[in-house]
Design a protein around this ligand. Structure first.
Ligand code: NAP
Ligand code: ZN
Ligand code: ZN
Length: 354
């Protein structure tokens, strides 16, 4: 594989695990025959960006450029690209590559590539250049067409950006566990993922209960679609829901007691963890053993399901509640995120990275 020609593009990067992030210039490959070059217009800020920038998952290589909720406009296509043309509005999520031949990839579950070749938009390996992949905190990106998504024309592009991670990460496990009418579904944590989980659970017809540590989010929880909101620090409110849930999705970014939520599941109920805190969460045996409950995890979603989710959002007019910020406000945004003060996803206007 010959090394493609590169070009320079402006970006924001972390030089080390200590803040702040700052302006820089990075090199990207020019499109190969199967690549799409995208001018990034908006980009959502995921809590994973913060975990990654600060090396909380212990695999970050520096300089690191986070960002995997990317929407933009196609500015060039390789000679073999069939699905996209210059000017198309497109999205890129958490994946930019995989082997595409193993059973998981063949089933459209590229995030679980059996050969371990699921390539992260950041934190993976840029196979053409042999360097770490650099994410969307940049003016442009080049991605193989198989990993580029089509954005529904009716959705506001900025408000749709977080669908590329927060959206698919909550949509996928709810589809897998067949969330639907007649079910009682719990959402733990009203952040970027949590607020999309509330919207999807409602759209799928479930009775939705939001669990939050923030009393100030009760009204928003109801406005977003929750039928009930529980302050999770209030033991009485928690006890009132014991043994009653079919499914709970836990989207908390920090250490917390998951056993309290296991106790709220019915017989054969499931709690799916999508939050990815730095430290392990202790699991008590008895809440699991009683009532044959299960605990599972879920990782983003594959390409076909991500397109399905985007089309579902287009059809039902679902977008994210966003707060638009400038690129150089990212460090303040991270601090606010750590205080659970996000309503409910920061999105960066990439025109501010001039
Ligand atoms: P976020 O916007 O910061 O929201 C996290 C929410 O968790 C907060 O708003 C808060 O909600 C709650 N929370 C925070 N600290 C807490 C604590 N100490 N105890 C209890 N609750 C607390 O984060 P996000 O972007 O939604 O991401 C959430 C997690 O999912 C992160 O760990 C992220 O890395 C992970 N993630 C996983 C995947 C995947 O594929 N599985 C994909 C994307 C992100 P309340 O104020 O309502 O309590
Ligand atoms: Zn993410
Ligand atoms: Zn594979």
């Amino acid at each position: 594989m010959s090394k493609p020609v590169c070009y320079s593009t402006k970006a924001f990067s972390a030089a080390s695990a200590s803040p702040p992030l700052g302006a820089t210039t990075i090199e990207r490959r020019e499109p190969t025959p199967t690549d799409v070059k995208i001018e990034i217009l908006y980009r959502g800020v995921c809590h994973s960006d913060l975990h990654f920038a600060r090396n909380e998952w212990h695999f970050t290589q520096y300089p690191a450029v986070p960002g995997h909720e990317i929407v933009g406009r196609v500015t060039a296509v390789g000679s073999g690209v069939k699905k996209f043309k210059v000017g198309d509005k497109v999205g890129v999520g958490c994946l930019v590559d995989s082997c595409r031949t193993c059973p998981s990839c063949q089933q459209g579950l590229e995030q679980f590539c059996d050969l371990g070749m699921a390539g992260g938009t950041y934190g993976g390996t840029e196979k053409w250049l042999g360097t770490p992949t650099l994410g969307g905190y940049s003016q442009s990106i080049v991605v193989t067409e198989d990993f580029v998504l089509r954005m529904p024309a009716n959705l506001d592009l900025a408000a749709a950006a977080p669908l590329l991670c927060a959206g698919i990460t909550t949509y996928s496990p709810m589809r897998h566990w067949k969330v639907g009418p007649g079910q009682k579904v719990g959402i733990v944590g009203l952040g970027g993922l949590g607020h999309m989980a509330v919207k999807f659970a409602k759209a799928f017809g479930a009775h939705v209960v939001l669990f939050t540590t923030s009393p100030g989010k009760v009204a928003d929880g109801k406005r977003l679609g929750a039928d009930e909101v529980v302050i999770s620090k209030d033991e009485k409110q928690m006890a009132a829901h014991a043994g009653s849930f079919d499914f709970i999705i836990d989207a908390v970014s920090a250490a917390h007691d998951i056993n309290a939520y296991m106790n709220l599941l019915k017989r054969d109920g499931n709690l799916t963890l999508v939050g990815a805190p730095e430290l392990p969460l202790p699991v008590a045996a008895f809440p699991l053993l009683m009532r044959r409950r299960s605990l599972s995890g879920s990782l983003i979603g594959g390409l076909p399901e991500t397109q399905e989710m985007l089309d579902f959002c287009g059809k039902h007019n679902i977008t994210c509640d966003i707060e638009m910020i400038k690129m150089d406000e990212i460090n303040t945004a991270y601090e606010r995120m750590l205080k659970s003060d996000v309503k409910y996803r920061f999105v960066i206007d990439m025109a501010t990275l001039a």
